[in-house]
Design a protein around this ligand. Structure first.
Ligand code: ZN
Length: 462
């Protein structure tokens, strides 16, 4: 009997971590992500399983909510093999190192503050260190290509297929024999939004009895990507025309490269005023863009044939902190792309502090804002926000453009799942509870399949 237990991304959207226990005794984890937003405290709870007993860690893609707790696994004596695509391994390295960097910065700030109150004992140290990350990077690796399969054990086969979500992202088709019976299950990982032309759309899934499917946007249909691009361009043109600056909190991976493609198009079509400067102010996004360039053969046909899909005349890379601070002295005509995407850390904070009080400026949100983050406060209309302990008025124009999501919407999720032949049950993971309930109804109504919302720690016998 095979058992699946979800230790994360169960009724929440972050912390993806699913354990598979096979009848032959083999144990595999699918992803081991960080909890973010309101669930962040869960990262400090002890793992609910013995990490030293896990043979394989199968990674779907390199987003922090899918890889962020891997160093914790290492600290708990995981010494198994990590399986992922080459692009995922490359991205995972920068994601984990960035995570360490942000955690140690937060810790130093919190510690200083607590010291002044004599409460330094209460400050939690970072979850892991650079050394832990380096140790993870030295663990046995198995690099896999799309369409390829590995056999972690003679009776188990795992195939990786393109999920079209970010570069290197995959969904997993797992085939396992129990006695004389061969069974199939699929883990969707995160599935891509077909309208976005950066990655190819998700590959069609093969036949399977069970699928574990993400449900981040299982409750809605995205607005058209083309309309979103138009809205984005208009927000930029309007703000620059009025002498303002545009701040774009952006995720370093995928979203930033999407934006660079759009801005490149604007630059080449003379849609940006000549005095415009576009700053990519994120060392991580700069590194991610280099990885996207290196693996551009995985991108859509439209992108992979360009010699440099992400660079253009107005663009500057601000790698150093000094270069980042210098942007503050630039008066107008600047488009600043900086992390983090949800404004819960990173260089976007000092840009918000310097510019969000000024009604001439605009902040364009182009990504999901989890509950409990500063980004969520701003898009929900907070009149004041607090940055570095300072209360700041929100006077800049706030745009929320939803069509850029790298996640499939309800219709795309249903379309993809409908292609799975022989499907018996759909297990819903990786989504907020209310959205999952809507998605569950949609599955029953449209696909006429059994649907089940997976709970944290729930044991599912397959
Ligand atoms: Zn993702």
């Amino acid at each position: 009997m095979t058992i699946e237990i979800s230790y994360g991304a169960a009724e929440v959207v972050t912390g993806s971590c699913h354990m598979l226990k096979f009848r032959n005794g083999m144990k595999a984890l699918v992803d081991c992500g960080m909890f973010q937003g309101l669930e962040e405290y869960k990262n400090y709870e002890p793992l609910e399983f013995d990490a030293s007993k896990i043979d394989y860690l199968l990674i779907t893609h390199a987003h922090l909510d899918h890889v962020g707790r891997i160093p914790l696994l290492y600290k708990e004596n995981f010494r198994g093999t990590i399986v992922a695509t080459a692009a995922t391994f490359a991205l995972m390295k920068i994601v984990l190192l960035d995570s360490v960097h942000l955690m140690s910065e937060d810790y130093a700030t919190a510690y200083k503050k607590a010291q002044r109150q004599g409460r330094e004992d209460e400050v939690k140290p970072p979850l892991y260190t650079k050394e832990d990350v380096k140790a993870v990077l030295k663990l046995p690796k198995r690099v896999i290509k799309y369409g390829q399969a590995i056999r972690p054990f003679p009776s188990i086969k795992v195939r990786y297929k393109d999920a079209g979500h970010i570069i290197g992202s995959a969904f997993l088709e797992i085939e396992y024999k129990e006695g004389h019976v061969t069974k199939h299950m699929i883990f969707s990982g995160d599935l891509g939004n077909c309208q976005i032309k950066l990655n190819p759309p998700p590959t069609d899934p093969s036949a399977a009895r069970y699928v574990f499917i993400e449900s981040t946007y299982g409750d809605r249909v995205h607005r058209s990507y083309e309309e979103s691009v138009t809205e984005f361009k208009e927000a930029i043109r309007e703000t620059l025309k009025n002498g303002g600056n545009v701040l774009i909190p952006s995720f370093a991976i995928e979203r930033t490269q999407q934006l660079l493609c759009i801005l490149k198009e604007m630059s080449e079509k003379d849609e940006l005023p000549p005095y415009t400067h576009v700053y990519l102010d994120s060392p991580m996004a700069i590194k991610a863009t280099k990885i996207y360039n290196k693996y551009k053969h995985l991108l859509s046909d439209e992108c992979k044939n360009k010699s440099s899909p992400f660079e253009f005349a107005h663009l500057h890379f601000a790698s150093s902190q000094n270069a980042s601070k210098k942007i503050n002295s630039k008066k107008n005509g600047n488009i600043i792309i900086a992390g983090s995407g949800m404004c819960n850390g990173g260089r976007i904070l000092h840009h918000l502090k310097h510019r969000i009080w000024d009604p001439k400026n605009a902040v364009i949100f182009v990504g999901y804002q989890a509950e409990g983050t500063l980004g969520r406060q701003i898009i929900e209309g907070a009149k004041f926000i607090e940055i570095y302990g300072e209360k700041i008025i929100v006077r800049a124009k706030i745009y929320t453009i939803n069509g850029f999501s790298a996640h499939a919407d309800k219709k795309e999720l249903l379309d993809w799942a409908s292609k799975i032949k022989g499907l018996k049950t759909i297990f819903i993971v990786h989504g907020e509870e209310d959205k999952q309930r809507i998605f569950k109804k949609a599955i029953i109504k449209n696909l006429h399949k059994k649907a089940h919302i997976v709970k944290q720690g729930e044991i599912i016998h397959l």
